[in-house]
Design a protein around this ligand. Structure first.
Ligand SMILES: *Cc1c(COP(=O)(O)O)cnc(C)c1O
Length: 390
């Protein structure tokens, strides 16, 4: 039997967007409210209050009405003043990719780059900043999803704060899946979204903005105003004031339900569910004789497990077999990691330890179909054992 390609997969273990929670989808099916009407304004303020609790910020977060690439581009345009020097911390495709936006606004862009199976060392950031006191903005990605690695953002953020530069953190695939918050990272603009670990559709950006970042954006004549890219235009919305433009009403219903689920389950419980899933995934992958992409298990992300493609295996064929034979959908690498690894996403609703058993079985079965010996039985046993000991 084969699963047809034109039918949805049985089990989506992708790196996002993820299959949203049923409660989120039900909430989105409500009639579209008129955004200027008082009930919707109050509802919006309520969602910001929940987002503030979830993100643990002193100021209300900002919602931008497009998926988080909008937030990343808006952060670059708003926080970087003309002529400034920006330091990119690059351990993967997203860290590198931020440079595309930063170069449009900065005078000069420096990079501190490590191999994409490694993580940024806080001491290296400290040393780089000591050599370059002119750095005004630092940008980093917490979990560089195409590598399945996690950077030590609290220590990196502390180093940046000591130097005095402002910090932009892409936490899109970290927030909600681990203990990651704007304050913990000392982030000035912290970019997250509902389409990964919160288990909602991907159409919004959640921004944590520090008081310092607001002040810098206000003083930056080049910061977008009267623009879809503007963060400043949304400042009033945090105080119950006017919306810059019509918000994405249905997406806000979904975000509201996703935040309710996150806060009711308990953030610590949600992170533990992601961590337990990741541990079972890694145990299974290693026991079947495969290698993780991250150079050390300590830097393997809790929300995505990247598996190194065995020599001689066509990675696209591997994912194709997993989907066709077992109905299990994995993600490919991206750019530099494309073809070199397979990514098993475990974010939001998909972060369930038992999914490690299915993932390992599908990976092993697909490899066997391609003639590669992998001990799926040992992998499944190790995944189960990892779940049993948690
Ligand atoms: C998913 C993700 C984003 C959101 O943007 P895409 O359109 O999916 O690229 C941004 N940053 C990271 C690290 C992500 O994982």
């Amino acid at each position: 039997m084969r699963y047809a390609e034109d039918r949805p997969a049985v089990l989506g273990l992708t790196t996002g967007p993820v299959a949203a929670w049923p409660e989120v989808l039900r909430a989105m099916a409500r009639s579209v409210a008129y955004d200027q009407d008082r009930p919707f304004r109050e509802f919006y303020a309520g969602v910001l209050a929940k987002a503030r609790r979830a993100m643990r910020t002193p100021l209300p977060p900002v919602v931008l009405h497009g998926e988080p690439v909008l937030g990343l581009e808006a952060a670059a345009a708003s926080l970087i003043a003309p002529g400034e020097t920006v330091l990119l911390l690059v351990s993967g495709v997203y860290g590198k990719g931020f440079g595309g936006w930063a170069r449009r606004h900065a005078g000069r862009v420096l990079e501190l780059e490590v191999h994409y199976d490694d993580a940024i060392a806080p001491a290296a950031v400290e040393a780089m900043l000591a050599r370059h006191p002119e750095v005004a903005v630092v940008a980093a990605c917490e979990i560089d999803t195409p590598s399945g690695t996690v950077n030590p953002m609290p220590a990196i953020g502390a180093a940046v704060a000591r130097h005095g530069a402002q910090l932009i953190v892409d936490a899109v695939s970290a927030f909600g899946g681990m203990d990651s918050h704007p304050a913990g990272c000392s982030a000035d603009i912290y970019v997250a979204g509902p389409g990964k670990c919160l288990g909602a559709p991907p159409g919004l950006t959640l921004l944590g903005v520090s008081a310092r970042a607001w002040a810098k954006m206000r003083a930056n004549p080049a910061a977008p105003r009267g623009s879809f890219l503007s963060i400043l235009d949304w400042e009033a919305a945090g105080d119950g004031g006017a919306f810059a433009h019509t918000p994405s009403i249905a997406e806000m219903y979904g975000l509201d339900a996703a935040l309710d689920l996150y806060l009711a389950e308990g953030p610590e419980e949600v992170w533990a569910r992601h961590a337990a899933t990741a541990r079972a995934m890694r145990a299974g992958v290693l026991a079947m004789g495969l290698s993780l992409w991250p150079a050390r298990e300590a830097i393997a992300a809790p929300t995505v497990t990247a598996v190194r493609t065995p020599p001689g295996i066509d990675e696209a064929a591997l994912r194709h077999e997993a989907r066709a034979r077992f109905g299990v959908l994995f993600s490919a690498g991206r750019r530099e990691t494309l073809g070199r690894l397979t990514r098993i996403g475990h974010m939001g609703p998909a972060a369930q330890p038992i999914h490690a058993v299915a993932a390992v079985a599908a990976l092993g079965g697909a490899l066997a179909a391609l003639g590669h010996p992998a001990d799926a039985g040992a992998g499944v046993a190790a995944a189960l054992a990892a779940i049993g000991t948690q």
